[in-house]
Design a protein around this ligand. Sequence first.
Ligand SMILES: Cc1cc2nc3c(=O)[nH]c(=O)nc-3n(C[C@H](O)[C@H](O)[C@H](O)COP(=O)(O)OP(=O)(O)OC[C@H]3O[C@@H](n4cnc5c(N)ncnc54)[C@H](O)[C@@H]3O)c2cc1C
Length: 746
Amino acid sequence: MDATGLPGDDIREMLRNSLRGFLAARWNVDCIRRGPSPQEVVAIWTALVGQGVASLGSNPDEGGLREVAVVLGELGRAACPAPMWSAALANLALSTSRSEAAADCLGRLHAGSARLALSFGRLDPDSGAGVIRVKGDRADGMVRFVEAAGSCTHLLVAIDRSVLGLVALDNARVEIVPTRAMGAWGLCEVRLNEAPVTPIALEDGGLDDLLLKGKLALAARAHGAARRAFELVTDYARERHQFGQPIGRFQAIQHKLANGLIALEGVRLIVDHAAKLHDLDDREWRYFANCAVAFASGALRQASLETHHAFGAIGYADEHEAPLHFKRVHLDTLALGGASQAKRLLASSLLDPDSSGLPEYDLGPAGNALREQVRGWLGQNWSGGRKAEFERKPFAKREFDAEFARDIGMTGWVGLGWPREFGGQARSALELIAFMETMERGEAPRIGAAIQANALMMFGTREQQQRYLPEILRGEAMHGMGYSEPQAGSDLAVLRTSAVRDDDHWVINGQKIWTTTWWGKYMFLAARTDKDAKPPHAGISMFIVPMDAEGVTIRPATTMYDGSFANIFYDNVRIPLDNIVGEVNGGWKVLTGALAFERGLVGGGIVLKVAHAFEQLRRHVMAKDETGTALSDDPIVRDRMATLAAEIEIGRQLMMHCAELAADGLTPPEYGAISKVFSGELMERFGETALDILGMRATLSEQMPGAIDNGRFEQNLRHSLMWVISIGTNEIQRSLIAQRALGLPR
Ligand SMILES: Cc1cc2nc3c(=O)[nH]c(=O)nc-3n(C[C@H](O)[C@H](O)[C@H](O)COP(=O)(O)OP(=O)(O)OC[C@H]3O[C@@H](n4cnc5c(N)ncnc54)[C@H](O)[C@@H]3O)c2cc1C
């Protein structure tokens, strides 16, 4: 049990491992290709009953939807058609029923003497799923897409929103016709000809909720299948040679697989989150379950396609395992209305008149309290006339506000995550998220010099820490990042700006480019201290250069988003010897170490911006015009808003996972990269979608008559590219994910 009283991560891990081993030993995946016989399905199910999974979902202490998702994930992975999905739904639906029939049915299910198939019949959002009509104690009609009916003893079928009918399948008035779907056997059409039926009334939730649980469980199974095929192809990419090298070294393959991992991680996290909220009885579970289904459908299907592209012809042979998973992914993500229905429900909860906005995350007691504290502080210090005056300025003047930076410097929050020995508050990653989110929502100007402060704390001398950190903490000093040069962008190691020791000074010569915080008090500058070093990055050192030093010439340029960056020329700039941070020629470690610390939350910072902008877009979409219509009346607009909303939750889940890893003392750069790649590109998609939805008026820039929100949406799009290009381009990040997280060769 964990702190919430529900089974903990360790229990799920044990369940996952034991089932994986069990299925590897007991389930022969080969029989799936020809279509398993009912006896084979019965045999594996009977063995699984022995493992105790048949009762999962009937007693929250023993496991809820989260554990059901684990089991279905493993069955998906093993391509095993045991009727667990219907068993789990029966447990979730009937365990609270007071009817004798329900108790009897579950008793026999748990003992293994009854095997249940399940159909939502007329409640299935798929219009092709068939209909059952019930008159008295007899049922007539036909239902399709019923899993494993040929190997089950009973069918549970929806009669109305709160009643399930139980039908014995061995009755002469029942006909079961196996059907082939996506080229695979496993589904059936079940025809009832005045077959006896026992109605069972449901106590709570009703069938709409059960349907959603069913869809979430299918997403978990599809994820298991897609993940297994993805792991197979990742192994294959390491081994298969073409053109004299492993195909996994080709960047096209690396980036495909990096995309696959991002999609799979997104689905894994959101399915688990929705199931966890369900088990905690948190009403938001429905919202997250719909996000999971809406996202999983496209994401897993794309990952499956890319898996096959990377396999080439070998995966195309039906005797290969991958086609089984391809079929499973498609069937499970299309069933029960698939993503379309999930998006309709999401759109309703976001855009209907009584709807609420994006759910607020529980950031733990300290994070939630800080959120309130920061909200209160902004209400007092960043509101009314002061904020309005700032917002009246053109964007170029809104990148920083020195007075605000000093005010917030008095709160100590600039050092929120810093260790106490440096004057910081040593707060958790969740508290950092609370702070970032509230600042974003309050539309406060940027603050701090987080990366440079990290570098100083990690690699600076005591004197440097005492000199520079308090200024940053008080909001009095900003540091720029002087890395890029005209010929050294992604390939920073070839930078040429030189630092040569001359007695008790370093003398710096060279040109830096695209420096954003050129107006800061200091530049955190990477320069070459050994021009013959091999590899070249072993000859780089890091320096702190005061920007008022003689020989510094700044040529600012306007960026596409109306901000600015600068060309900066350093001509014989002399700085004291002790302005070097870290060791001579040890700059690469400083540079990458400080970035790695920060990168984990960069993606989080981006998705929080998107979430805030989404709320503003939502307001416009819901606003009624003089004729009483709103953009939200348009089904295409609803679909696109729902797609964005689901993706925002994936971005937030990736952010939260980075925070969890940080809490465990882990900052794997590949995970930060997954979050950064997903959220940066989401920001671009958001910007494009906002313009599509709002039309030409949204292209009117700030201070133009008629501009929507002072040109916020078009400016947002222009700004979004920065997040994809800077802090390591997304191509570089994808290579990092492929090599570090997937172990593909460099
Ligand atoms: C708004 C903005 C602000 C910035 N602020 C700063 C700053 O303050 N300080 C600073 O030092 N720099 C800053 N930069 C620069 C930024 O760090 C670089 O743009 C970035 O490192 C990429 O370098 P590049 O632009 O030269 O592109 P290039 O490296 O020339 O890349 C061009 C294209 O080739 C791809 N590419 C390059 N190498 C590879 C590879 N090995 N594999 C696959 N694809 C590859 C890239 O992904 C990209 O798509 C800023 C950039 C922007 C846009």
